[in-house]
Design a protein around this ligand. Structure first.
Ligand code: 5GP
Length: 190
């Protein structure tokens, strides 16, 4: 997606540890018009897949998921991040290792909002090592719902997540894939 590549070149900042900050348009301040274009692109990519629910994880996936859901006319469910030891019985859970924070957390989704008849499109902002996506996929499968695919805004192609997730058989559509980047601002797209 050329628009997104141009925006990353213009406004993205590369930090130590291979972290790309996109706080000025995606992760802190949000360019809603860009998100609308992103939503339309995910709609185009998955329009024939019978999607009836969008699943993401709080917090940075929510805005993207909402503008995507608007294009499909379906609801968004976001997994909540939980630090509590006592997980209720009426939720699906998965343990996720956070790339950006270097620790484990649980993600939870109420059983009320994911059912076997659901055809779920998973949306997230970044795909790095794939742990967040694996956790969401586990929840969809545990619910007995159908994971139709994952829509990712930015895949860091030099990390293992893309390969890991595609090997599970899940269709992954990334709007941009970064093959390399450095702190001088050089970003190479696939
Ligand atoms: P993964 O589980 O694939 O390793 O990481 C995915 C999650 O980590 C995303 O939901 C995103 O919030 C965060 N993340 C991973 N890499 C980056 C990055 O380079 N920049 C930002 N802003 N977030 C990242």
């Amino acid at each position: 997606m050329q628009l997104l590549e141009d925006r990353i070149i213009r406004d993205g900042k590369v930090f130590p540890g291979n972290i790309l900050k996109v706080d000025s348009f995606l992760n802190h301040q949000i360019d809603v018009s860009l998100l609308e274009d992103i939503g339309k692109e995910f709609r185009r990519l998955f329009e024939n897949d019978g999607v009836n629910k969008i699943l993401t994880v709080e917090s940075s996936g929510i805005g993207i998921a909402c503008l995507t859901a608007q294009q499909f006319g379906v609801p968004v469910v976001f997994a909540k991040k939980s630090q509590t030891k006592n997980i209720a019985a009426d939720v699906f859970t998965a343990k996720v290792h956070s790339y950006t924070h270097g620790r484990y957390y649980d993600i939870i989704v109420s059983k009320e909002f994911l059912k076997p008849e659901d055809r779920v499109l998973i949306i997230d902002d970044f795909l790095a090592n794939g742990q967040a996506l694996l956790g969401l996929l586990k929840i969809v499968k545990t619910a007995g719902a159908v994971p139709v695919g994952a829509g990712i805004v930015i895949e860091k192609g030099f990390q293992e997540g893309g390969k890991l997730i595609r090997e599970t058989g899940l269709r992954v559509e990334s709007l941009v894939i970064i093959d390399s980047m450095d702190e001088k601002g050089n970003v190479v797209f696939r």
